[in-house]
Ligand binder design. Structure first.
Ligand code: 4IP
Length: 277
């Protein structure tokens, strides 16, 4: 049964298949540690001081799912997929299995921390992070470090032909995925009636954005589950690219989606009104 120990850590006995698909399960004691690790032991470590048999960092879990249909011989069996390897666990009842699946699915979600200075992609602060521009030179990807001056005086965006700043309608930190290199960077997003832009940080006024997208090129913003390990994620679909943007909270995500879509439709209406005059 899933229970909580004196320090509030979810734990309990499960059975674990030592060798994938061997059908040989052994009893283990599983505990979700405070430092986001799932540790499993031969017995409850409270009873004797023992080292874990294995440890799974929850941020590397890509999926937790019921596999009782695929493995009918083993009811209440679920798989935890970590870096392509499946770990099979067996519980005593359907209820217990569902509790574990929910617990581990929630624990594996990557939640963007509130701190404005945290560069989620590399786990380092902005003070020692650098911005790069990526170019294809002679068929190879070449990255050039951009200085603060570069960032304030030039833009790497092909959309950004007419640098201008209008009054911000909505702004805030989000984490976005790169276009070619699929890493994730925390950026300060600013929406105005014409463009959605992102900057290195919140000191954006008077600076050129890293990238700026004409709002007329935006097709829609919508919630996505494309990256299941990232919560509060939405897609910003433009003519040329789909941007994946992760917000700190669910409320932030819904407000970005609503306000972007509203801005896009009012811009189109404005445009069609002026062309019909
Ligand atoms: C970069 O990775 C950053 O993620 C860029 O994001 C991103 O540009 C680049 O995408 C990607 O290569 P490195 O910092 O490791 O070089 P940001 O501009 O927010 O710094 P995008 O187009 O997402 O802005 P590509 O497409 O240039 O590879």
């Amino acid at each position: 049964m899933l229970s909580w120990d004196g320090e509030g850590r979810p734990c309990g006995y499960l059975e674990y298949e030592e060798k994938e698909n061997s059908g040989h399960f052994v009893e283990i004691f599983v505990r979700l540690e405070k430092d986001k690790k799932l540790a499993y032991y031969t017995e409850d470590p409270k009873k004797s001081h023992i080292n874990p048999l294995g440890v799974i960092p929850t941020q590397y879990i890509s999926q937790v799912n019921d596999v009782s249909k695929q493995r009918p011989k083993f009811p209440y069996c679920f798989a935890v997929t970590v870096a392509g390897k499946r770990h099979f666990f067996k519980s005593q009842s359907k209820e217990e299995e569902e509790e574990w699946i929910k617990l581990l699915t929630d624990a594996s979600k990557i939640t963007v921390p509130k701190s404005a200075t945290f560069d989620e992609a590399r786990g380092r602060s902005f003070s020692d992070s650098q911005a790069y521009k990526t170019e294809i030179v002679g068929g190879a990807i070449q990255k050039t470090v951009m200085s603060e001056d570069d960032l304030s005086s030039t833009s790497s965006d092909e959309d950004d032909k007419n640098f201008h700043q209008k009054e911000s309608i909505h702004q805030g930190y989000c984490v976005k995925q790169g276009g070619v290199v699929k890493n994730w960077k925390r950026r300060f997003f600013v929406l105005d009636e014409d463009r959605i832009s992102y900057y290195k940080n919140e000191k954006w006024q008077g600076k050129r954005p890293i990238k700026s997208i004409d709002i007329l090129n935006v097709k829609e913003a919508k919630q996505t589950e494309r990256y299941k390990d990232r919560d509060n994620l939405f897609e910003l679909v433009t003519r040329n690219r789909t941007f994946y943007v992760q917000c700190d909270t669910c409320e932030d995500m819904y407000s970005w989606i609503a306000i972007i879509n509203k801005t896009v439709s009012s811009k189109h209406q404005k445009k069609s009104r002026s062309s019909s005059q």
